[in-house]
Design a protein around this ligand. Structure first.
Ligand code: NAG
Length: 396
């Protein structure tokens, strides 16, 4: 015994699960490299869309790294450095990757002692091997280096990207906040890196994006649907449920659009790396929710012959939004990788909402069955129409 909306919900659940089977989102844990290069740790560096993968052999003081970053232009450069004496650029011992005049990729070392033009030089560590690849707008710099000081397991790292090369010499980079914040310390053994002082606007933007969207798509839309689906079973909640539902969904939409906007902004700043599934689901959600808001205005009267079709569409879109919203929240967690407690907290919230929905579903069926029993003598039972007429009777 299932109502039309339940059938629709399970159909949508099944189709969307098959459409959105696990897929790549290009965070550092999902980045892979040619030549069987494997690393123990990776970090999404907090600025310039850069990623560091590394493995450290403390007995040999050998550090293998893969540094991934998008240069501002295909003829630009990317750099990863250790600064043994300070935290900023001056003093850093840099590996810089760029295209050589013959079109291949080259990696050179620089002792960055001044802000002037760079000259290739020996550096503080020994470079056992280095290479670079360029594809998809992203340079991957690989190196195996030997640190001269045994037992040093926390280093100051500095990374950078620059727009061009002139006569084989990397030109200076921009001095935007992103370029100035691209430094921090790196714990080689514990996999942690901390951002340098000076704040990090990108992290803040990502957090705002995450909070707005989890609250809107991940929590408020489902609550609004629970209100609509279950409260109207109770005649005393009519028409309060309707206004609650509208209020909840309109506020969720407003917050969701703000969150969506922050996502577009983050996306436009993320050069070379596109989280296409997360982005596409986000766009679909925005489109579906926008149609839902307009649907409110185009709603046929409850006894209009098209109201039945309007209900199917409105419920279909609504359930799709719940499913896609929750999927996208988890995709977002995969991309932003907040501390595990945030993901767990969201799982708990969703489980509680799911539990409440199940309970209300049971109560609803009991109520509906009782009503049906009392009206059975006057009306033959037909699951589909019965569910429908219940909605019609109670809708405002
Ligand atoms: C790098 O340059 C500075 C300043 O010229 C110098 O003191 C330092 O010894 C150099 N480091 C290496 C590893 O050559």
């Amino acid at each position: 015994m299932a109502s039309s909306s339940q059938l629709l919900a399970s159909f949508l659940l099944l189709t969307s699960l098959s459409l959105f089977s696990p897929s790549q989102s290009a965070t550092c844990t999902s980045q892979t490299f040619t030549g069987n290069r494997l690393y123990t740790f990776c970090n999404d560096l907090p600025s310039l869309n850069s990623y560091l993968h590394w493995a450290y052999d403390s007995a040999q003081s050998t550090l293998s790294i893969a540094f991934v970053a998008a240069p501002p232009s295909p003829d630009g450069w990317v750099s990863w450095a250790i600064n043994p004496t300070a935290t900023g650029m001056v003093g850093s011992q840099a590996l810089i990757a760029f295209r050589d005049p013959r079109g291949g990729m080259t990696v050179k070392t620089y002792n960055v002692s001044t802000y002037g033009p760079l000259t290739e030089s020996k550096v503080w560590y020994e470079v056992k091997e280095s290479s670079a690849e360029f594809s998809g707008g992203v340079i991957r710099l690989f190196a195996t280096i030997v640190l001269p000081e045994k037992g040093r397991t926390t280093v100051n790292q500095v990374w950078q990207v620059g727009p061009s090369i002139t006569g084989g010499v990397p030109d200076k980079h921009e001095f935007q906040p992103e370029n100035l914040n691209s430094k921090g310390s790196l714990d080689l053994l514990r996999g942690q890196s901390t951002a340098g002082a000076g704040g990090n606007s990108r992290t803040k933007k990502r957090n705002i994006h995450g909070v707005l969207n989890v609250v809107s798509w991940g929590i408020m839309f489902p609550i609004g649907i629970i209100i609509a689906r279950y409260l109207r079973t109770f005649p005393s909640a009519d028409p309060a449920w309707f206004y609650l539902h509208v209020f909840c969904q309109v506020s969720a939409y407003a917050i969701g659009v703000a969150g969506w906007g922050t996502g577009l902004k983050l996306g436009s700043q993320s050069k070379g790396i596109t989280y296409s599934n997360h982005r596409n689901i986000g766009i679909a959600l925005f489109a579906l929710a926008t149609v839902q808001i307009f649907a409110l205005l185009l709603r046929p009267k409850k006894d209009h012959k098209y109201r039945f079709y309007w209900n199917i569409y409105h419920h279909g879109f609504g359930y799709t939004i719940i499913i896609l919203g929750i999927i996208n929240v988890f995709k977002g967690f995969d991309i932003l990788k907040p501390e595990a407690k945030w993901r767990n907290a969201y799982i708990i919230v969703i489980a509680v909402l799911g539990g409440i929905a199940l309970l209300l579903e049971a109560i609803t069926w009991i109520v509906v069955l009782r009503r049906k029993k009392s009206s059975e003598s006057t009306k033959p039972y037909d699951g589909f129409n019965n569910g429908h007429s219940r909605q019609e009777r109670l809708a405002p």
